[in-house]
Design a protein around this ligand. Structure first.
Ligand code: NAD
Length: 487
């Protein structure tokens, strides 16, 4: 084991970058801290412009051969990566939980199987990717998906490997080479992914992983003229910075950003179901981009809804995310905790009432919080908290519900609880949201488009939309005449 390898819950993790099929160390490191107990897990290579340039150069060098590799062979390697993920689900799960504090049982049963599925889904999708030819005055128009080139993929800490592979898999399937930059608060599973990909036979330079602070290494990646695609999941301020940086080369961008999504509860809803959906919004300690953090409840059922919600939320167990019975783990970082509490204290000072919670607990835990008496134009209703903090407002009419639901700068998702299918259809048609769930939450077929409107994002990924983004689409028009010159 090299001096750059750390052992995390019994799993060896290399702390260096992965560039051109080799481990590369930086002169400096940064500490990776576990949110479970605040302990330092290890020192990670702290990338600079130099490593960013090396990674792009490696991706550029590897691109022609990977782009020319047959679809069947690319799909085979992606399936081999999925096999590697499945073999290491236990290791990936414990490392991810140690790094980001999300529930171990969720990683084992939901997240890591989904990571493997990301690779299988885009491998299979690649093999089916084709478009019917168009005919114009006897001329054939044939559409092809050409690999675009080196792609920079930048990801956040709230679901590190799931979100990274949601980009890595389609980019590799498309024939692109990749430079993955995971979040500095959760660098570990991206390093394990590099090992798994190498073992699966992915050629050197096709997947590169660079570690470091976004503020230090980000610009060098996103402004690089050899980069052909940038896909980013993260916050709105960072997205704006990346868009400015990418503008120099007009590099195409896909942006998956934050939200302030509503849960609309109508009086005709199954109230127990509505409460179940509402309590689910504390999942991952509220660190979910899609979370329906604004409850909009019809006046006539608001009191009963609140009573049942408080009762159900009171049954949640908060604590060590490795515990089988734990429902809510810690928040990611002391800075995030400070941010969450700042939002809550300012809201309370402005007149909000904490029905439950409203304060931090021991360590990096924040009590599940529900705030009422919040104004529509207040910070707590308009801004994403990214913690276990929900608000509740009431409405009198369907029109008012729609108006409140749409009245933020975001448009990522919306959830409806209603027993009336016609109402569901009418309301859905008026909502600004990339995803609308009716009487359910978080279920989604990977073939469907995913993304947000307004400040929640630019573009859609998922299914063939991912291939559209990661490829240069080409239309080849062929005349029915002229071949006989060579006959
Ligand atoms: P963030 O914007 O702070 O960081 C995201 C990534 O960007 C990190 O890897 C970071 O190092 C990098 N980065 C920072 N500055 C950069 C720069 N100048 N250039 C290039 N990269 C840079 O976001 P976060 O706090 O890690 O994540 C939370 C946010 O992500 C929330 O807003 C959440 O809603 C959003 N999110 C969205 C989705 C979605 O699919 N829409 C999914 C998960 C999270």
């Amino acid at each position: 084991m090299s001096e750059h390898t750390i052992t995390v819950a019994g799993v060896a993790v290399d702390t260096r970058h992965w560039i051109g099929g080799e481990r590369v160390a930086s002169a400096q490191t940064f500490p990776d801290v576990s949110p479970i107990d605040g302990s330092t897990i290890g020192e990670i290579s702290r990338g600079t412009g130099m490593e960013a340039a090396a990674a792009v150069a490696a991706a550029k060098a590897a691109f022609p051969a990977w782009a020319a590799t047959s679809r069947a062979e690319r799909a085979r390697i992606l399936h081999a990566i999925a096999d590697g993920v499945e073999k290491r689900i236990e290791e990936l799960s414990i490392v991810e939980t140690t790094d980001n504090g999300a529930l171990l049982r969720s990683h084992r049963r939901g997240v890591m199987p989904r990571v493997a599925h990301n690779f299988r889904f885009f491998a299979d999708g690649l093999l089916k990717l084709e478009h019917e030819d168009f005919e114009t005055r006897g001329h054939t128009n044939h559409v092809s998906w050409d690999p675009a080139g080196p792609s920079v993929l930048i990801t956040p800490w709230n679901a590190p490997l799931m979100l990274a592979t949601w980009k890595v898999a389609p980019a590799l399937a498309a024939g692109n080479t990749v430079i993955l930059k995971p979040a500095e608060w959760t660098p570990l599973t991206a390093s394990l992914l590099a090992d798994i990909a190498a073992e699966a036979g992915l050629p050197a330079g096709v997947l590169n992983v660079v570690q470091g602070y976004g503020s230090e290494i980000g610009d060098a990646l996103t402004s690089h003229p050899d980069v052909r695609r940038i896909s980013f999941t993260g916050s709105v301020p960072t997205a704006k910075r990346i868009a400015e940086s990418a503008a120099a080369n007009l590099t195409p961008l896909s942006l998956e950003l934050g939200g302030k999504s509503p849960l609309l509860v109508f009086a005709d809803a199954d109230l127990d179901l509505a409460v179940d959906l509402a309590v689910e919004q504390y999942d991952n300690a509220g660190q979910v981009c899609l979370a329906a953090t604004r409850f909009l409840v019809e006046e006539s059922v608001a009191e009963e809804f609140t009573r049942r919600f408080v009762e159900k939320a009171g049954q949640l167990t908060q604590g060590d995310p490795r515990g089988e019975a734990t429902d809510i783990g810690p928040n990611i970082h002391p800075l995030q905790l400070e941010k969450i509490d700042g939002f809550v204290q300012r809201a309370v000072a402005a007149g909000a009432r904490a029905v439950i919670g409203g304060h931090g607990k021991d360590g990096q835990y924040y009590a599940p919080t529900l705030l009422t008496a919040v104004a529509q134009d207040s910070e707590i209703v308009q801004e994403e908290v990214f913690g276990p903090v929900l608000t509740l407002q009431t409405f009198a009419t369907e029109d008012e519900a729609v108006r409140l639901a749409n009245d933020t700068r975001f448009g990522l998702a919306a959830t409806l609880a209603t027993g009336d299918p016609e109402r569901a259809e009418r309301v859905t048609a008026q909502l600004v949201a990339g995803t609308v769930w009716t009487n359910c939450f978080f279920v989604r077929d990977l073939q469907a488009p995913f993304g947000g409107s307004r400040h929640s994002g630019v573009g859609r990924e998922g299914g063939t939309w991912s291939f559209d983004f990661y490829c240069d689409l080409k239309n080849t028009v062929t005349s029915p005449n002229g071949w006989n010159n060579h006959g």
